[in-house]
Design a protein around this ligand. Structure first.
Ligand code: GAF
Length: 382
């Protein structure tokens, strides 16, 4: 899928001159389920993208076309609300946020499409929200900052898609930088880029091609379990407002007051925050080996304590972990399916891919998909 095709389709459908925008998906090196606990994440934007052709119309209508699905959608601007068309809600949700900020949208035509695999945990929805918001902001000259647009995209996801996500995905897609990952403090929203030079290693994603039903309900349950933990601990220190503020010592000192499941969840988050800081330092000092070990530990925590992995992800993790050509691997994103991220020796990526594909297929009957990804700039004009 190229932006040329998207532009061509736009001209064919609407006949006007569009603004062209690209918006990437993301990977996360480490720091999973820490964003909504005010903690740290370490994501990067990747060369799997959504492209948009967008222009204003004076018809008082939203007219959208999802090129990959070959589906049209229309709604009067004055009727702006959640629709039954799932994909359109990502765009409508963003438009609703601009409206709430007092901006007037008269009418918008939009064609979009791309190559971010759906349901693979690579944040296609964040890419769509960001790209559309970016286009609206340019076309109408609203003058919103990237940060404002990130927050609008996140709100759109909460209100129009019903997923109470943290800020990581929208942030990484919007603020990505070529060849860099960003360590984001999800409380202050301060961030620092780290050059990602993995020397003799490549980043390989293995897509389970499964998405278990549990994903969104369990996501919201995990958020609640974390809040329960915070409520226990804040009795001892009123400065504790999120798990970000909890030290391993404080948590273990109060273990008896916790339901064992809630304790496990909290322990995972507290440890994962520490791992992000350590992983960032390890990369800064070219200690790729330690970085890889931290990825393995992250997966083990997600599997055993946070319990958001699944058999397919664990199988890919086990295969990767026992390979001498892999330095680190872990499940990525919300969990219950999607991708693992693997740091694989450059000259062995083909052998590794063949072996993991074969074993995955023989044990699950599902064909694995493998993507070698490059780190690119965040949302912008084409
Ligand atoms: C999903 C959410 F959208 C993110 O905000 C984050 O919580 C992630 O799951 C888990 O780290 O991608």
């Amino acid at each position: 899928m190229t932006s040329i095709e998207i532009e061509k389709k736009f001209r064919e459908l609407f006949g006007s001159e569009p603004l062209m925008v690209r918006s990437p998906g993301r990977i996360n090196l480490i720091g999973e389920h820490t964003d909504y606990n005010d903690g740290f994440v370490f994501p990067a934007a990747i060369d799997k993208e959504v492209h948009f052709a967008v222009a204003a119309n004076d018809l008082g209508k939203f007219r959208f076309y999802a090129n990959d699905l070959e589906e049209r959608f229309e709604m009067k601007v004055e009727d702006l609300k959640i629709s039954d068309t799932r994909w359109a809600n990502y765009l409508l949700g963003v438009a609703a946020q601009f409206k709430r900020s007092g901006y007037e949208i008269k009418g918008i035509d939009c064609v979009f499409g791309g190559d971010i695999p759906l349901g693979a945990g690579l944040s296609s929805s964040a890419a769509i929200e960001n790209g559309f918001g970016f286009a609206l902001n340019e076309i109408y000259g609203f003058g919103e900052s990237r940060m404002d647009m990130i927050l609008k995209s996140q709100k759109a996801e909460h209100e129009y898609a019903g997923v109470m996500c943290g800020i990581m995905d929208q942030f990484a897609s919007m603020n990505g930088k070529r060849d860099h990952a960003l360590k984001l403090d999800c409380r202050s929203l301060d961030y620092e880029y780290a050059n990602i030079d993995l020397k003799d290693y490549d980043i390989i994603l293995c897509d389970t091609r499964v998405k278990h039903e549990l994903a969104s309900s369990e996501y919201n349950t995990r958020r609640k379990e974390c809040e329960t933990g915070v409520n226990i601990l804040k009795k001892y220190d009123d400065k504790i407002i999120a798990l970000r503020d909890v030290t391993p010592g404080l948590l273990s000192a109060h273990r008896d007051e916790f339901d064992p499941v809630v304790y496990k969840r909290c322990n995972y988050v507290v440890q994962e925050d520490l791992r992000v800081e350590e992983a960032f330092d390890a990369l800064k000092h070219n200690n790729i080996k330690r970085f890889g070990e931290l990825m393995y530990l992250s997966h083990e925590g997600l599997r055993d304590e946070y319990e958001v992995s699944c058999d397919e992800l664990d199988l890919l993790f086990d295969i990767a972990k026992r390979s001498d050509d892999v330095l680190g691997a872990r499940m990525m994103g919300g969990g219950f399916g999607g991708c693992t991220i693997n740091i694989v020796k450059k000259e062995k990526t083909e052998t590794f891919s063949k072996e993991i594909e074969k074993e995955y297929f023989s044990k699950t009957g599902t064909e694995l998909k493998i993507y070698k990804v490059r780190i690119v700039d965040g949302t912008g004009l084409i």
